[in-house]
Design a protein around this ligand. Sequence first.
Ligand code: UGA
Length: 449
Amino acid sequence: MSRSEFEPVAVVGGGYVGLVTAAGFAELGHEVHCLEADADKVASLARGRVPFFEPGLEQALAKHRDRIHFSTEPAAAVGACGLFFVCVGTPRSQTGEADLDAVYTVVDDLPLGAGQTIVMKSTVPPGTGIECRKRLDGQGREEVGYVSCPEFLRESSGLSDFIKPDRVVIGDAGNGAGDAVEEIYLRITSQDRILRTDLTSAETLKLASNAFLATKITFINEIANLCDRAGADVTTVAEGMGMDPRIGFSCLRAGIGFGGSCFGKDVTALAHEFERHGSDTEILDAVLRSNERQWRRVLDKLVEGLGSLEGASVAVLGLAFKPNTSNTRDATSLRVLKGLRAEGVDVRAFDPEVRREALVHDVNADATLREVTFAASTGECVAGADAVVLVTEWPEFVDLDWSEVRRAMAGRLVVDGRNALDPTAVSAAGLDYVGVGRPASRPERMPVS
Ligand code: UGA
Protein backbone atom coordinates (compact mmCIF):
# COMPACT_ATOMS: atom_id res chain seq x y z
CA MET A 1 0.00 0.00 0.00
CA SER A 2 1.44 3.39 -0.92
CA ARG A 3 1.63 6.14 1.71
CA SER A 4 0.44 9.52 0.56
CA GLU A 5 1.66 12.92 1.62
CA PHE A 6 -1.61 14.09 3.19
CA GLU A 7 -3.95 12.60 5.79
CA PRO A 8 -6.22 9.80 4.57
CA VAL A 9 -9.88 10.68 3.97
CA ALA A 10 -12.96 8.50 3.73
CA VAL A 11 -15.70 8.75 1.13
CA VAL A 12 -18.99 7.07 1.98
CA GLY A 13 -20.95 6.00 -1.11
CA GLY A 14 -19.55 4.75 -4.41
CA GLY A 15 -22.06 6.49 -6.70
CA TYR A 16 -21.38 9.38 -9.04
CA VAL A 17 -20.48 12.05 -6.45
CA GLY A 18 -18.59 9.55 -4.27
CA LEU A 19 -16.37 8.29 -7.06
CA VAL A 20 -15.59 11.75 -8.40
CA THR A 21 -14.80 12.91 -4.85
CA ALA A 22 -12.59 9.86 -4.24
CA ALA A 23 -10.72 10.39 -7.50
CA GLY A 24 -10.38 14.12 -6.74
CA PHE A 25 -8.89 13.63 -3.28
CA ALA A 26 -6.57 10.89 -4.61
CA GLU A 27 -5.42 13.28 -7.33
CA LEU A 28 -4.59 15.84 -4.61
CA GLY A 29 -2.41 13.22 -2.92
CA HIS A 30 -4.69 11.77 -0.24
CA GLU A 31 -5.07 8.10 0.56
CA VAL A 32 -8.83 7.48 0.11
CA HIS A 33 -11.03 4.84 1.75
CA CYS A 34 -14.24 4.52 -0.24
CA LEU A 35 -17.06 2.72 1.59
CA GLU A 36 -19.85 1.25 -0.50
CA ALA A 37 -22.61 -1.01 0.84
CA ASP A 38 -23.04 -2.98 -2.40
CA ALA A 39 -20.45 -5.80 -2.41
CA ASP A 40 -20.80 -6.44 -6.18
CA LYS A 41 -20.12 -2.78 -6.87
CA VAL A 42 -17.07 -2.84 -4.62
CA ALA A 43 -15.74 -5.91 -6.46
CA SER A 44 -16.22 -4.31 -9.85
CA LEU A 45 -14.75 -0.94 -8.74
CA ALA A 46 -11.74 -2.80 -7.37
CA ARG A 47 -11.33 -4.28 -10.87
CA GLY A 48 -11.36 -0.73 -12.26
CA ARG A 49 -14.90 -0.79 -13.71
CA VAL A 50 -17.01 2.32 -13.35
CA PRO A 51 -20.72 1.54 -13.83
CA PHE A 52 -21.47 4.76 -15.76
CA PHE A 53 -19.79 7.06 -18.25
CA GLU A 54 -18.03 10.17 -16.92
CA PRO A 55 -15.15 11.64 -18.93
CA GLY A 56 -11.77 10.82 -17.35
CA LEU A 57 -13.14 9.10 -14.25
CA GLU A 58 -12.16 5.52 -15.07
CA GLN A 59 -8.66 6.73 -15.98
CA ALA A 60 -8.34 8.80 -12.79
CA LEU A 61 -9.41 5.86 -10.62
CA ALA A 62 -6.96 3.58 -12.47
CA LYS A 63 -4.15 6.12 -12.07
CA HIS A 64 -4.68 6.19 -8.30
CA ARG A 65 -5.51 2.50 -7.88
CA ASP A 66 -2.93 2.15 -5.10
CA ARG A 67 -4.30 5.10 -3.20
CA ILE A 68 -8.06 4.37 -3.33
CA HIS A 69 -9.36 1.44 -1.28
CA PHE A 70 -12.90 0.21 -1.89
CA SER A 71 -14.64 -1.74 0.85
CA THR A 72 -18.00 -2.62 2.34
CA GLU A 73 -16.38 -2.72 5.79
CA PRO A 74 -15.72 0.53 7.67
CA ALA A 75 -12.97 -0.78 10.00
CA ALA A 76 -9.92 0.35 7.98
CA ALA A 77 -11.44 3.76 7.19
CA VAL A 78 -12.52 4.31 10.79
CA GLY A 79 -9.05 3.36 11.98
CA ALA A 80 -7.31 5.74 9.58
CA CYS A 81 -9.47 8.77 8.74
CA GLY A 82 -10.72 11.91 10.43
CA LEU A 83 -13.02 13.26 7.72
CA PHE A 84 -15.86 11.15 6.28
CA PHE A 85 -17.30 12.73 3.11
CA VAL A 86 -20.81 11.32 2.84
CA CYS A 87 -22.00 10.98 -0.75
CA VAL A 88 -24.99 8.66 -0.46
CA GLY A 89 -28.18 8.91 -2.51
CA THR A 90 -31.13 10.98 -1.33
CA PRO A 91 -33.69 9.90 -3.95
CA ARG A 92 -37.09 11.45 -4.40
CA SER A 93 -39.68 9.54 -2.34
CA GLN A 94 -43.23 8.80 -3.52
CA THR A 95 -44.46 12.02 -1.90
CA GLY A 96 -41.73 14.28 -3.36
CA GLU A 97 -39.48 14.84 -0.39
CA ALA A 98 -35.93 13.41 -0.21
CA ASP A 99 -35.60 9.88 1.14
CA LEU A 100 -32.99 10.21 3.92
CA ASP A 101 -32.71 6.54 4.92
CA ALA A 102 -29.13 6.20 3.62
CA VAL A 103 -28.07 9.46 5.35
CA TYR A 104 -29.44 8.39 8.73
CA THR A 105 -27.95 4.91 8.38
CA VAL A 106 -24.50 6.48 8.00
CA VAL A 107 -25.02 8.87 10.93
CA ASP A 108 -26.40 6.14 13.21
CA ASP A 109 -24.21 3.19 12.22
CA LEU A 110 -20.77 4.47 11.22
CA PRO A 111 -18.71 3.81 14.37
CA LEU A 112 -17.01 7.20 14.64
CA GLY A 113 -15.60 8.76 17.78
CA ALA A 114 -13.77 11.80 19.07
CA GLY A 115 -11.88 13.79 16.45
CA GLN A 116 -13.84 12.30 13.56
CA THR A 117 -16.26 14.32 11.44
CA ILE A 118 -19.17 13.51 9.14
CA VAL A 119 -19.02 15.87 6.14
CA MET A 120 -22.39 15.74 4.41
CA LYS A 121 -21.99 16.18 0.62
CA SER A 122 -25.36 14.60 -0.23
CA THR A 123 -28.16 17.03 -1.02
CA VAL A 124 -30.47 17.06 1.99
CA PRO A 125 -33.43 19.23 3.02
CA PRO A 126 -32.94 22.19 5.37
CA GLY A 127 -32.92 20.97 8.96
CA THR A 128 -31.29 17.59 8.24
CA GLY A 129 -27.96 18.65 9.78
CA ILE A 130 -29.67 19.75 12.98
CA GLU A 131 -31.51 16.42 13.08
CA CYS A 132 -28.22 14.52 12.51
CA ARG A 133 -26.55 16.56 15.25
CA LYS A 134 -29.44 15.69 17.61
CA ARG A 135 -29.11 12.00 16.76
CA LEU A 136 -25.37 12.02 17.46
CA ASP A 137 -25.85 13.92 20.72
CA GLY A 138 -28.73 11.63 21.70
CA GLN A 139 -26.43 8.63 21.26
CA GLY A 140 -23.85 10.26 23.54
CA ARG A 141 -21.55 10.93 20.59
CA GLU A 142 -21.23 14.70 21.11
CA GLU A 143 -17.54 14.51 20.19
CA VAL A 144 -18.28 13.37 16.60
CA GLY A 145 -18.26 16.42 14.31
CA TYR A 146 -20.98 17.15 11.75
CA VAL A 147 -20.49 19.50 8.79
CA SER A 148 -22.71 20.35 5.84
CA CYS A 149 -20.60 20.77 2.70
CA PRO A 150 -22.98 20.57 -0.28
CA GLU A 151 -21.69 19.40 -3.63
CA PHE A 152 -22.02 21.63 -6.70
CA LEU A 153 -20.25 19.56 -9.35
CA ARG A 154 -21.92 18.85 -12.67
CA GLU A 155 -22.05 15.46 -14.33
CA SER A 156 -19.80 15.32 -17.40
CA SER A 157 -17.34 17.80 -15.86
CA GLY A 158 -17.18 16.39 -12.32
CA LEU A 159 -13.42 16.05 -12.04
CA SER A 160 -12.61 19.54 -13.24
CA ASP A 161 -15.41 20.98 -11.06
CA PHE A 162 -13.86 19.16 -8.07
CA ILE A 163 -10.41 20.59 -8.70
CA LYS A 164 -11.69 24.07 -9.58
CA PRO A 165 -14.83 24.78 -7.53
CA ASP A 166 -16.60 28.17 -7.90
CA ARG A 167 -17.31 28.02 -4.20
CA VAL A 168 -17.04 25.69 -1.25
CA VAL A 169 -19.78 26.01 1.35
CA ILE A 170 -18.98 24.75 4.83
CA GLY A 171 -21.78 24.78 7.40
CA ASP A 172 -21.40 23.72 11.00
CA ALA A 173 -23.12 24.22 14.34
CA GLY A 174 -20.79 27.10 15.23
CA ASN A 175 -18.45 24.70 17.02
CA GLY A 176 -15.47 24.83 14.64
CA ALA A 177 -16.27 21.37 13.20
CA GLY A 178 -15.80 22.85 9.73
CA ASP A 179 -12.23 24.07 10.35
CA ALA A 180 -10.57 20.83 9.23
CA VAL A 181 -12.79 20.76 6.13
CA GLU A 182 -11.80 24.34 5.30
CA GLU A 183 -8.15 23.39 5.66
CA ILE A 184 -8.45 20.54 3.19
CA TYR A 185 -10.30 22.67 0.61
CA LEU A 186 -7.76 25.47 0.90
CA ARG A 187 -5.46 23.14 -1.05
CA ILE A 188 -7.64 23.53 -4.12
CA THR A 189 -9.28 26.91 -3.74
CA SER A 190 -8.71 30.34 -2.27
CA GLN A 191 -10.15 31.70 0.96
CA ASP A 192 -12.51 34.07 -0.88
CA ARG A 193 -14.26 31.10 -2.51
CA ILE A 194 -15.01 29.48 0.85
CA LEU A 195 -18.26 30.40 2.59
CA ARG A 196 -18.67 29.40 6.23
CA THR A 197 -22.29 29.13 7.33
CA ASP A 198 -24.61 27.44 9.77
CA LEU A 199 -25.91 23.96 8.90
CA THR A 200 -29.37 24.92 7.68
CA SER A 201 -28.21 27.81 5.48
CA ALA A 202 -25.72 25.51 3.73
CA GLU A 203 -28.46 22.96 3.03
CA THR A 204 -30.91 25.63 1.87
CA LEU A 205 -28.50 27.37 -0.46
CA LYS A 206 -27.71 24.11 -2.28
CA LEU A 207 -31.37 23.46 -3.05
CA ALA A 208 -31.98 27.14 -3.83
CA SER A 209 -29.05 27.18 -6.30
CA ASN A 210 -30.34 24.20 -8.27
CA ALA A 211 -33.88 25.54 -8.18
CA PHE A 212 -32.70 28.94 -9.43
CA LEU A 213 -30.78 27.39 -12.35
CA ALA A 214 -33.78 25.23 -13.23
CA THR A 215 -35.97 28.36 -13.11
CA LYS A 216 -33.59 30.23 -15.41
CA ILE A 217 -33.67 27.39 -17.96
CA THR A 218 -37.45 27.20 -17.75
CA PHE A 219 -37.73 30.96 -18.22
CA ILE A 220 -35.65 30.93 -21.41
CA ASN A 221 -37.60 27.89 -22.67
CA GLU A 222 -40.83 29.85 -22.31
CA ILE A 223 -39.24 32.85 -24.05
CA ALA A 224 -38.25 30.44 -26.85
CA ASN A 225 -41.86 29.36 -27.19
CA LEU A 226 -42.81 33.02 -27.54
CA CYS A 227 -40.00 33.58 -30.09
CA ASP A 228 -41.49 30.78 -32.20
CA ARG A 229 -44.76 32.66 -32.40
CA ALA A 230 -43.38 36.20 -32.57
CA GLY A 231 -40.71 35.37 -35.16
CA ALA A 232 -37.68 36.19 -32.97
CA ASP A 233 -34.53 34.10 -32.47
CA VAL A 234 -34.10 32.96 -28.87
CA THR A 235 -30.35 32.40 -29.28
CA THR A 236 -29.96 36.12 -30.05
CA VAL A 237 -32.39 37.08 -27.27
CA ALA A 238 -30.39 34.94 -24.77
CA GLU A 239 -27.11 36.41 -25.97
CA GLY A 240 -28.36 39.95 -25.42
CA MET A 241 -29.83 39.10 -22.03
CA GLY A 242 -26.66 37.34 -20.90
CA MET A 243 -24.54 40.40 -21.67
CA ASP A 244 -26.10 41.98 -18.61
CA PRO A 245 -23.80 40.74 -15.84
CA ARG A 246 -26.78 40.67 -13.47
CA ILE A 247 -28.26 37.95 -15.71
CA GLY A 248 -25.18 36.17 -17.09
CA PHE A 249 -24.98 33.68 -19.96
CA SER A 250 -25.22 30.36 -18.14
CA CYS A 251 -28.41 28.30 -18.19
CA LEU A 252 -29.89 30.36 -21.01
CA ARG A 253 -29.73 27.60 -23.64
CA ALA A 254 -33.34 27.09 -24.63
CA GLY A 255 -34.57 23.65 -25.59
CA ILE A 256 -37.06 20.92 -24.79
CA GLY A 257 -36.52 20.89 -21.02
CA PHE A 258 -34.02 20.01 -18.33
CA GLY A 259 -33.47 16.52 -16.93
CA GLY A 260 -31.01 14.62 -14.76
CA SER A 261 -30.72 13.37 -11.22
CA CYS A 262 -30.77 16.80 -9.59
CA PHE A 263 -32.88 19.62 -11.00
CA GLY A 264 -36.30 17.93 -10.98
CA LYS A 265 -35.62 16.18 -7.68
CA ASP A 266 -34.29 19.31 -5.96
CA VAL A 267 -37.02 21.64 -7.21
CA THR A 268 -39.58 19.11 -5.96
CA ALA A 269 -37.76 18.76 -2.62
CA LEU A 270 -37.60 22.54 -2.17
CA ALA A 271 -41.29 22.92 -3.05
CA HIS A 272 -41.97 20.25 -0.45
CA GLU A 273 -40.10 22.30 2.16
CA PHE A 274 -42.44 25.25 1.56
CA GLU A 275 -45.38 22.94 2.17
CA ARG A 276 -43.79 21.41 5.26
CA HIS A 277 -43.34 24.88 6.72
CA GLY A 278 -46.95 25.86 5.96
CA SER A 279 -45.98 28.21 3.14
CA ASP A 280 -46.38 27.96 -0.62
CA THR A 281 -44.36 28.61 -3.75
CA GLU A 282 -45.85 29.72 -7.03
CA ILE A 283 -42.53 29.76 -8.88
CA LEU A 284 -41.28 26.25 -8.17
CA ASP A 285 -44.62 24.63 -8.99
CA ALA A 286 -44.71 26.57 -12.26
CA VAL A 287 -41.15 25.49 -13.14
CA LEU A 288 -42.03 21.83 -12.67
CA ARG A 289 -45.24 22.13 -14.70
CA SER A 290 -43.59 24.08 -17.49
CA ASN A 291 -40.62 21.71 -17.74
CA GLU A 292 -42.91 18.69 -17.75
CA ARG A 293 -44.64 19.92 -20.90
CA GLN A 294 -41.75 21.59 -22.74
CA TRP A 295 -40.92 18.37 -24.61
CA ARG A 296 -44.27 18.80 -26.38
CA ARG A 297 -42.59 21.39 -28.61
CA VAL A 298 -41.15 18.35 -30.41
CA LEU A 299 -44.65 17.10 -31.06
CA ASP A 300 -45.85 20.51 -32.30
CA LYS A 301 -42.92 20.77 -34.70
CA LEU A 302 -43.37 17.24 -36.03
CA VAL A 303 -47.08 17.83 -36.61
CA GLU A 304 -46.30 21.12 -38.40
CA GLY A 305 -43.69 19.44 -40.58
CA LEU A 306 -45.21 16.01 -41.20
CA GLY A 307 -48.95 16.47 -40.75
CA SER A 308 -50.34 13.31 -39.22
CA LEU A 309 -47.97 11.42 -36.91
CA GLU A 310 -49.74 8.05 -37.00
CA GLY A 311 -47.31 5.58 -38.57
CA ALA A 312 -44.61 8.23 -39.18
CA SER A 313 -41.05 7.05 -38.62
CA VAL A 314 -39.01 9.29 -36.30
CA ALA A 315 -35.33 8.92 -35.33
CA VAL A 316 -34.49 10.19 -31.83
CA LEU A 317 -30.83 11.13 -31.40
CA GLY A 318 -29.76 11.07 -27.74
CA LEU A 319 -31.14 9.47 -24.60
CA ALA A 320 -28.78 10.79 -21.88
CA PHE A 321 -30.04 13.87 -19.99
CA LYS A 322 -27.09 15.80 -21.40
CA PRO A 323 -23.98 14.96 -23.46
CA ASN A 324 -20.93 13.19 -21.99
CA THR A 325 -22.88 11.19 -19.47
CA SER A 326 -24.77 7.89 -19.61
CA ASN A 327 -27.33 9.09 -17.06
CA THR A 328 -30.96 8.96 -18.20
CA ARG A 329 -32.54 9.83 -14.84
CA ASP A 330 -35.52 12.13 -15.46
CA ALA A 331 -34.19 12.62 -19.00
CA THR A 332 -36.31 14.53 -21.50
CA SER A 333 -35.70 11.65 -23.93
CA LEU A 334 -38.03 9.43 -21.89
CA ARG A 335 -40.88 11.95 -22.18
CA VAL A 336 -40.21 12.26 -25.91
CA LEU A 337 -40.12 8.49 -26.53
CA LYS A 338 -43.29 7.84 -24.55
CA GLY A 339 -45.06 10.86 -26.05
CA LEU A 340 -44.23 9.91 -29.63
CA ARG A 341 -45.29 6.31 -29.12
CA ALA A 342 -48.58 7.55 -27.64
CA GLU A 343 -49.17 9.37 -30.97
CA GLY A 344 -48.60 6.14 -32.92
CA VAL A 345 -45.14 7.16 -34.16
CA ASP A 346 -42.70 4.44 -35.16
CA VAL A 347 -39.73 5.46 -32.95
CA ARG A 348 -36.10 4.48 -33.31
CA ALA A 349 -33.54 5.85 -30.82
CA PHE A 350 -29.78 5.92 -30.45
CA ASP A 351 -27.30 7.27 -27.88
CA PRO A 352 -23.52 6.77 -27.99
CA GLU A 353 -23.34 5.83 -24.29
CA VAL A 354 -26.81 4.61 -23.35
CA ARG A 355 -27.89 1.11 -24.26
CA ARG A 356 -31.42 -0.27 -24.00
CA GLU A 357 -30.31 -2.31 -20.96
CA ALA A 358 -29.62 0.92 -19.07
CA LEU A 359 -33.28 1.85 -19.47
CA VAL A 360 -34.48 -1.52 -18.31
CA HIS A 361 -36.26 -0.07 -15.27
CA ASP A 362 -38.12 2.50 -17.37
CA VAL A 363 -38.82 -0.02 -20.12
CA ASN A 364 -40.28 -2.47 -17.62
CA ALA A 365 -42.34 0.24 -15.96
CA ASP A 366 -43.73 1.65 -19.18
CA ALA A 367 -45.20 -0.53 -21.91
CA THR A 368 -44.84 2.20 -24.54
CA LEU A 369 -41.04 2.19 -24.16
CA ARG A 370 -40.99 -1.51 -25.06
CA GLU A 371 -42.22 -0.53 -28.51
CA VAL A 372 -39.22 1.74 -29.18
CA THR A 373 -36.48 0.30 -31.39
CA PHE A 374 -33.00 0.95 -29.99
CA ALA A 375 -30.52 1.37 -32.85
CA ALA A 376 -26.82 0.48 -32.66
CA SER A 377 -25.56 3.54 -34.55
CA THR A 378 -26.65 6.93 -35.83
CA GLY A 379 -26.81 5.53 -39.36
CA GLU A 380 -29.14 2.72 -38.33
CA CYS A 381 -31.26 5.17 -36.35
CA VAL A 382 -31.87 7.68 -39.16
CA ALA A 383 -32.24 5.14 -42.01
CA GLY A 384 -35.69 5.50 -43.56
CA ALA A 385 -36.85 8.12 -41.01
CA ASP A 386 -39.39 10.76 -41.98
CA ALA A 387 -37.91 13.07 -39.35
CA VAL A 388 -34.88 13.25 -37.05
CA VAL A 389 -35.20 14.76 -33.55
CA LEU A 390 -32.06 15.85 -31.68
CA VAL A 391 -32.67 15.33 -27.95
CA THR A 392 -29.09 15.25 -26.58
CA GLU A 393 -26.43 17.43 -28.17
CA TRP A 394 -23.59 14.88 -28.24
CA PRO A 395 -20.69 16.28 -30.32
CA GLU A 396 -20.99 13.36 -32.75
CA PHE A 397 -24.56 14.43 -33.54
CA VAL A 398 -23.69 18.11 -33.78
CA ASP A 399 -20.91 17.26 -36.25
CA LEU A 400 -22.94 14.85 -38.38
CA ASP A 401 -22.49 14.83 -42.14
CA TRP A 402 -26.01 16.04 -42.92
CA SER A 403 -25.75 15.12 -46.61
CA GLU A 404 -25.25 11.53 -45.53
CA VAL A 405 -28.19 11.81 -43.15
CA ARG A 406 -30.33 13.23 -45.97
CA ARG A 407 -29.44 10.27 -48.22
CA ALA A 408 -30.35 7.77 -45.47
CA MET A 409 -33.67 9.40 -44.49
CA ALA A 410 -36.99 8.92 -46.24
CA GLY A 411 -38.20 12.42 -45.30
CA ARG A 412 -36.28 15.60 -44.66
CA LEU A 413 -37.36 17.17 -41.39
CA VAL A 414 -34.77 17.81 -38.64
CA VAL A 415 -36.08 19.02 -35.26
CA ASP A 416 -33.26 20.41 -33.14
CA GLY A 417 -34.52 20.09 -29.56
CA ARG A 418 -31.35 21.71 -28.16
CA ASN A 419 -30.68 24.51 -30.65
CA ALA A 420 -27.26 22.91 -31.03
CA LEU A 421 -27.09 22.37 -34.79
CA ASP A 422 -25.98 24.79 -37.45
CA PRO A 423 -29.21 25.56 -39.34
CA THR A 424 -27.29 26.55 -42.47
CA ALA A 425 -25.33 23.28 -42.60
CA VAL A 426 -28.50 21.25 -42.14
CA SER A 427 -30.48 23.11 -44.78
CA ALA A 428 -27.51 23.15 -47.19
CA ALA A 429 -27.75 19.35 -47.14
CA GLY A 430 -31.32 19.61 -48.44
CA LEU A 431 -33.03 19.17 -45.07
CA ASP A 432 -35.65 21.33 -43.33
CA TYR A 433 -34.22 22.64 -40.06
CA VAL A 434 -36.53 23.52 -37.17
CA GLY A 435 -35.21 24.59 -33.74
CA VAL A 436 -36.91 25.76 -30.53
CA GLY A 437 -37.54 29.49 -30.71
CA ARG A 438 -35.29 29.83 -33.74
CA PRO A 439 -36.35 30.64 -37.29
CA ALA A 440 -36.68 27.55 -39.47
CA SER A 441 -34.09 27.10 -42.20
CA ARG A 442 -35.07 25.46 -45.44
CA PRO A 443 -33.00 24.44 -48.47
CA GLU A 444 -33.07 26.87 -51.35
CA ARG A 445 -35.48 25.43 -53.86
CA MET A 446 -35.10 25.77 -57.64
CA PRO A 447 -37.93 27.95 -58.97
CA VAL A 448 -40.53 25.84 -60.76
CA SER A 449 -40.62 26.89 -64.41
C1 UGA B 1 -26.68 20.28 -11.71
C2 UGA B 1 -26.00 21.60 -11.27
O1 UGA B 1 -25.62 22.32 -12.44
C3 UGA B 1 -24.77 21.31 -10.41
O2 UGA B 1 -24.21 22.54 -9.94
C4 UGA B 1 -25.20 20.47 -9.20
O3 UGA B 1 -24.10 20.11 -8.37
C5 UGA B 1 -25.84 19.18 -9.70
O4 UGA B 1 -26.99 19.51 -10.54
C6 UGA B 1 -26.27 18.38 -8.51
O5 UGA B 1 -27.05 18.89 -7.70
O6 UGA B 1 -25.74 17.30 -8.28
P1 UGA B 1 -26.18 18.46 -13.60
O7 UGA B 1 -27.50 17.87 -13.22
O8 UGA B 1 -25.00 17.57 -13.75
O9 UGA B 1 -25.75 19.58 -12.52
O10 UGA B 1 -26.38 19.15 -15.00
P2 UGA B 1 -26.46 20.60 -15.68
O11 UGA B 1 -25.28 20.74 -16.55
O12 UGA B 1 -26.72 21.67 -14.72
O13 UGA B 1 -27.73 20.37 -16.63
C7 UGA B 1 -28.99 19.97 -16.13
C8 UGA B 1 -30.03 19.93 -17.24
O14 UGA B 1 -30.34 21.24 -17.68
C9 UGA B 1 -29.60 19.15 -18.49
O15 UGA B 1 -30.70 18.38 -18.95
C10 UGA B 1 -29.26 20.24 -19.49
O16 UGA B 1 -29.47 19.83 -20.84
C11 UGA B 1 -30.27 21.31 -19.10
N1 UGA B 1 -29.84 22.69 -19.48
C12 UGA B 1 -28.73 23.22 -18.91
C13 UGA B 1 -30.58 23.40 -20.40
O17 UGA B 1 -31.60 22.91 -20.93
N2 UGA B 1 -30.18 24.66 -20.72
C14 UGA B 1 -29.08 25.25 -20.17
O18 UGA B 1 -28.79 26.42 -20.50
C15 UGA B 1 -28.33 24.51 -19.23
